[in-house]
Design a protein around this ligand. Sequence first.
Ligand SMILES: [Fe+2]
Length: 292
Amino acid sequence: MPVDVASFFHAATSTWTHVAGDAATGAAAVVDPVLDFDPVAGRIGTGPAQAVLDHLRAHGLDLRWILETHAHADHLTAAAWLRARTGAPVAVGAGIVEVQAGFKQRLGLGGEFVADGSHFDRLLRDGDTLPLGGSTIEVLATPGHTADSMSYRVGDAVFIGDTLFSPAAGSARCDFPGGSAAALHASVRRLYALPDDTQLYLCHDYPPAGAAPRDRVPLREQREHNVHLAAGTGAADFVALRERRDATLAVPRLFWPALQVNIRAGELPPADDEGRRFLKLPLDADALAAKP
Ligand SMILES: [Fe+2]
């Protein structure tokens, strides 16, 4: 069944949000919605999510699913904001429970935070299918960047999260807790086995100055030209390259705020007695590397 995809680029975090609409019925899924966040002012903005909501309404689309490809470390998800306005369920890979447990420990979250996945409405496993009007969303486990990473396939479109970037930018880092370059290699091999006419929709693009960001890359182009992981790249070579590169990367700017909000599906931490909400910042330089 034909599926229409509209994509929205959040320039502040170089993130793509995709809306997949089943053309025949108007059923839609949103993949990786984004909030604005200014970490200096502590200010959250809903502009990017409102743009997605306006698109849904303008096109008469009925939102059935809000899909997270993983617990992002570079932006705050708008999943809960969108759920509150549409009633659509938020789905994520079942590996989120492990991610929640790890960050509960690292952030010293108290008893109010239960790491059981219940902040999300549906925990997905490899091979699950979700109805989308006359179409079906197929869930593919694609771990490596994180343990909970999922890709979502509908028609000839696959929303691949942070597995591959554009061919010139290569692949996503694998050094966050639960990450594994070997697992990412296997996940990409799996994506490369999909039909030749598949389009891979990116979660991020980092174009060179002056160039427009790309929202999708044909599967054939990735297989032939991805600078980190092309069809012929062996696992050992990829793991060595990925680990060498990861050793040079800094902690992302919004890492701690993003994880705190994203493990709650985009809900903010509970308010104190005066209705104020706060984010935490561990002052332990090893907090990220620590294995709880
Ligand atoms: Fe990510």
